[in-house]
Design a protein around this ligand. Structure first.
Ligand SMILES: [Zn+2]
Length: 434
């Protein structure tokens, strides 16, 4: 999920899937990182890798078409994962396995096994089974659901794997490349969550490819908490049973209490938001409904803000229920069910971490001014755990993500952009001396 797109979980039509907030100015990149990145790019092995990426560009476009045409609906990524795993094996990068939840994991051991650097691209799309995913090609424009977000990210991972193998790039740390499941919507980052469940598999550095603007670096995680609330009662006739507790009235009391208490929390400090997105229930205008439901979404890049919003939300639901029950006649009491339907952890990354400074230095060397943003991506998981993480561009021009007329354009910048992703990965894993 995400350029202020409100998260590959789909709010705005921007390249990143979550509401983004520009981080404050962070000062210039330190000279040490600028020279480190310049030196890396001058290394002969990196030059060979770049040549390989440029020469393989046409074949990579074919991979993009092939992989896009293998459907990957939420919670049903197996078919695409199998094809992706075969493509990854064919690069000669390293050992390829598929884990319990369906993540495709390719490992290349480092010379020192000193640390591990993971780069991921999500395999899932937002589109349900049965969606026509045939790719239409017109000039440099490739149109198909899911082609940009994030099939292009997945084939960028293949390009990088292939270049590392072809140029025989060796690093001190392990490199782990993952085509992961469950990034979008109700997938709730389940693929990457799984990778971080067991300490033994946790990388020391994490790079996600997802997002359609080369200048944007996601360094902070917009977290979200979502609930579905249902007030239940016996229901009845609007005239005959008047005075019985009414679930819609309880909803109204609860929502009013919530928005009144939540608004002040959002008025200062780190950006935060709340929204009642859907409501429903009831059978007719002259019936007391037997249920009233609504769904709420709360977001912030700051964990304390998110916790504060959730606290006033929980209290408001209880108070709304009690207020409606208190004024009823002699009918049954209403009850309330509060179901968690989504949770993405929040966190603020360090804009001056070595990882972020290296990514910034690479962009600046190519004449692109980096923009640091907070968004909702697979990096939410490591950022919330305090592990250095960043989400970078999938390269090329992406548009209309999460819509049936989504397209991606081969705008001429792809090899150079892909090379920046490779250089960032190799710098973090530490190239062995020749
Ligand atoms: Zn995405």
């Amino acid at each position: 999920m995400k350029i202020s797109y409100i998260a590959c979980a789909g709010l705005l039509a921007l390249p990143f899937s979550s509401l983004s907030a520009i981080q404050p100015d962070t000062g210039p990149v330190e000279a040490v990182y600028q020279s480190q990145m310049a030196n890396l790019r001058e290394d002969g092995r990196m030059a060979a890798a770049f040549a390989h990426i440029s020469e393989g560009h046409e074949a990579n476009l074919q991979d993009l078409v092939t992989l896009t045409e293998v459907p990957a609906p939420p919670f049903a990524e197996e078919a695409r994962a199998a094809v992706f795993a075969d493509m990854m094996r064919a690069t000669g990068f390293g050992e390829v396995t598929i884990d319990e939840v369906g993540n495709v994991i390719a490992r290349r051991a480092g010379a020192a096994a000193s640390h591990s650097v993971m780069m991921v691209a999500h395999l899932d799309t937002v589109f349900p089974a049965g969606t026509d995913v045939t790719v239409r090609i017109e000039g440099n424009r490739y149109t198909a659901p899911g082609i940009g977000d994030n099939t292009r990210g997945a084939v960028m991972l293949l390009q990088i794997a292939s270049a590392i193998a072809a140029a025989d790039i060796r690093t001190q740390g392990d490199i782990v490349l993952v085509g992961n499941v469950g990034e979008e919507g109700l997938g709730d980052l389940r693929g990457v969550r799984h990778l971080f469940l067991e300490q033994v598999n946790r990388p020391d550095v994490f790079i996600a490819i997802d997002g359609g603007d080369d200048a944007r670096l996601v360094t902070s995680a917009v977290g979200s908490t979502r609930f579905r609330v249902t007030f239940n009662g016996p229901g009845g006739h609007s005239w005959g049973d008047f005075g019985d507790a009414n679930p819609h009235h309880a909803s109204a009391r609860a929502i009013t209490r919530f928005v009144n208490a939540a608004r002040p929390i959002t008025q200062d400090g780190p950006r935060s938001s709340y929204n009642i997105g859907r409501t429903g229930g009831g059978t007719s205008v002259n019936s007391i409904p037997f249920e009233s439901w609504f769904e709420v979404d709360m977001r912030s890049g700051n964990p304390a803000k998110l916790a504060a919003l959730e606290a006033v939300f929980q209290q408001a639901m209880v108070d709304g229920l009690e207020a409606e029950n208190a004024v009823r006649g002699d009918g049954e009491l209403l009850t309330v069910d509060i179901e968690a339907i989504g949770s993405r952890p929040a966190g603020e990354g360090d804009p001056m971490s070595p990882l972020t400074q290296r990514a910034r230095a690479l962009l600046e060397a190519d004449g692109i001014m980096p923009v640091l943003v907070a968004s909702s991506t697979d990096s939410n998981v490591p950022i919330s755990l305090g592990i250095p993480a960043i989400t970078i561009s999938r390269c090329g021009t992406s548009a209309r993500a999460h819509s049936l007329d989504e397209y991606w354009e081969d705008d001429g910048s792809v090899p150079a952009c892909t090379m920046r992703g490779l250089a960032l990965l190799v710098a973090e894993a530490e190239l062995v001396e020749n």
